[in-house]
Every structure is written in structure tokens, then in C-alpha cells.
Design a binder for this molecule. Structure first.
Ligand SMILES: [Fe+2]
Length: 287
């Protein structure tokens, strides 16, 4: 199932603003997958298994989660989480901000032990703007403030904020031991209100055959030095034009093949495989 709206939360603007002002003082820290984002990418752990605010590693550990220093510092957001969501299967709560940047297409959960269908990720935009976009294998969309989204992170997805305005989302991750119904994530199951009314973008149709043109074009400049820039540029096109979300990787691999540089070709394949097929827990890859 691709990403969809599953409910909405009415937000108290005054109380939210106070929390978001506090949030602005949280520092940027390095984290596991920084290499695959551009711009300002901030993840703050509000609840996690270790209780350590600087522990941003996504993992499925039994034993429940505890509120961190960041969670305690945000009383209204803390209340939103505890009022609306059930903690039984909750394994992590984070805020995420992305400014003037992009998280390139990838799949999550592939490094974890359980089948990906047993993980369920929820986003609630707390502060957003019309240039803050998400994409999945079917569409490009803008999540609106207060909507509760299921982001199917087991499918290929990406995020971008093509503006310098802040975009803060609450991200809740649930882990189940078997089949479940999404309404189980809410404290009050009646809050599960799926809706197909979303802010989906209309994309343009490419006027040239990109799969023929782009690999040859980029092969002329693709080197180790330009690799990251080419990857990010090719990954950006799907936010604007009707092409598959994974097309950027395929074009990168083809471009690398055309350079005749075997190492570059292997690197392009490794990056694609790491991000959208398979990786081991804590495995890292540098661009
Ligand atoms: Fe993701």
C-alpha cells in the first residue's frame, strides 16, 4: 500500500508555536544516513529505547520506549503523542526537519529482522510549507499540517523541501509481531479516519525520452568527483516529471557503465542496491 492519510489531529497553534520555538534550539547532530540527504536534515529522538536524545539509530528493540530530554522539553508535542497514540507497539518517536534539501529515494526497514509489513510509520506535519514534498512509487504529494499520514517506508520513497522555510514533522514508528489493523496505533480507534483527499501534485510529462538521453549526457561528466551531485540531480527529477521514483538510480548506473570506468559502475550499483534493495543492520556506505 502506498502512503495515505489515516486521520487528522486538531492542533493548538499557540501551544505548538511555543514548543517549536524550543525545538529551534536543538542542535544539528551527525547521524547514520546523512550521506543520502542534502540541506539541513535534523532528526530529534523524543522517545526511544535507550532514553538518549542523541541516539537516532532506528532499531526494533523490545522492552518499550522512554521519553528523552528532547521529549520532556516539548510539553505540547508530548501531550499530542500520549493523547492520540497507543504506546503498546510504538518503538520510536522523532521530530524531523528538512530545509532546502532532499532525502534521495530509498526503502527503510530492509536492515531489520522482521518482515517489512510489520513496521508502520506515521507522520504528522507540525509545521510545513507548499514546497515540502514527499514521493512514493505512485505519486508526489504535500502533507498538510495536522494530517496523520501512514508513510509506507517499505516502498521506495523520498522527501524534499525546496525552500528555506522550516518543515517539522512528528514521526512515529510502530512494530507489530504479526498482522494488525492500522487503527490499533490510536488510543481511540475511532481516530482512524482514512481519506483519499490529499494534496497531490500534477507532474509534467517528459518531452524527450529521458532514459535514452540522460545516461549518455551524464556519462560525459560523471566521475568520482561529480558522483554525488549527479545522483542528487537525477533523483530530483521525479518530483517534477512523470518518471518512476527509482529512475534516477537506473540512469546513474547506465551513465556509469557508459563511462567505461569499472569502479564507478560498481559504485553506482552498490549505491542503488544499498538504498532500494538490501543492506545489513548498521551497514554504512559513503558516497
Ligand atoms: Fe525513509
Amino acid at each position: 500500500m502506498t502512503s495515505t492519510v489515516i486521520g487528522s489531529i486538531e492542533l493548538n497553534e499557540d501551544r505548538l508555536r511555543k514548543d517549536l520555538n524550543i525545538h529551534k534550539s536543538f542542535p544539528l547532530i551527525k547521524e547514520e544516513y546523512d550521506d543520502f540527504s542534502s540541506g539541513t536534515w535534523q532528526n530529534c529522538s523524543l522517545w526511544n529505547a535507550s532514553e538518549d536524545k542523541d541516539d537516532t539509530l532506528f532499531q526494533d528493540r523490545s522492552g518499550g520506549i522512554k521519553i528523552t530530554e528532547y521529549g520532556k522539553a516539548l510539553p505540547y508535542i508530548q501531550e499530542l503523542v500520549t493523547t492520540h497514540f497507543c504506546f503498546e507497539h510504538l518503538i520510536m518517536v522523532r521530530t524531523r526537519n528538512l530545509i532546502d534539501g532532499m532525502v534521495i529515494p530509498h526503502r527503510d526497514f530492509v536492515e531489520l529482522d522482521k518482515p517489512v509489513e510489520q513496521y508502520y510509520r506515521v507522520f504528522v506535519p507540525l509545521e510545513t510549507n507548499e514546497n515540502a514534498l514527499h514521493s512514493d512509487e505512485e505519486k508526489v504529494f504535500n502533507m498538510r499540517k495536522g494530517e496523520v499520514w501512514h508513510l509506507d517506508a517499505a516502498l521506495i520513497h523520498a522527501a524534499a523541501n525546496f525552500s528555506s522555510n522550516s518543515r517539522i514533522f512528528l514521526c512515529l514508528d510502530f512494530s507489530f509481531d504479526g498482522p494488525f489493523h492500522p487503527k490499533e496505533i490510536f488510543r481511540n480507534e475511532k481516530e482512524y479516519q482514512p481519506s483519499s483527499i490529499i494534496n497531490q501534485l500534477t507532474l509534467s510529462t517528459p518531452d524527450v525520452e529521458l532514459e535514452k538521453e540522460l545516461p549518455a549526457t551524464f556519462a560525459t561528466i560523471l566521475t568520482d568527483y561529480t558522483f554525488r551531485d549527479v545522483l542528487f540531480l537525477l533523483s530530483k527529477i521525479h518530483f517534477e516529471q512523470q518518471i518512476p521514483i527509482r529512475a534516477g538510480y537506473d540512469w546513474l548506473v547506465e551513465a556509469a557503465h557508459l563511462t567505461g570506468d569499472e569502479k564507478l559502475y560498481e559504485k553506482a550499483q552498490s549505491v542503488r542496491d544499498f538504498l532500494i534493495y538490501n543492506r545489513a543492520f548498521k551497514e554504512s556506505l559513503t558516497l
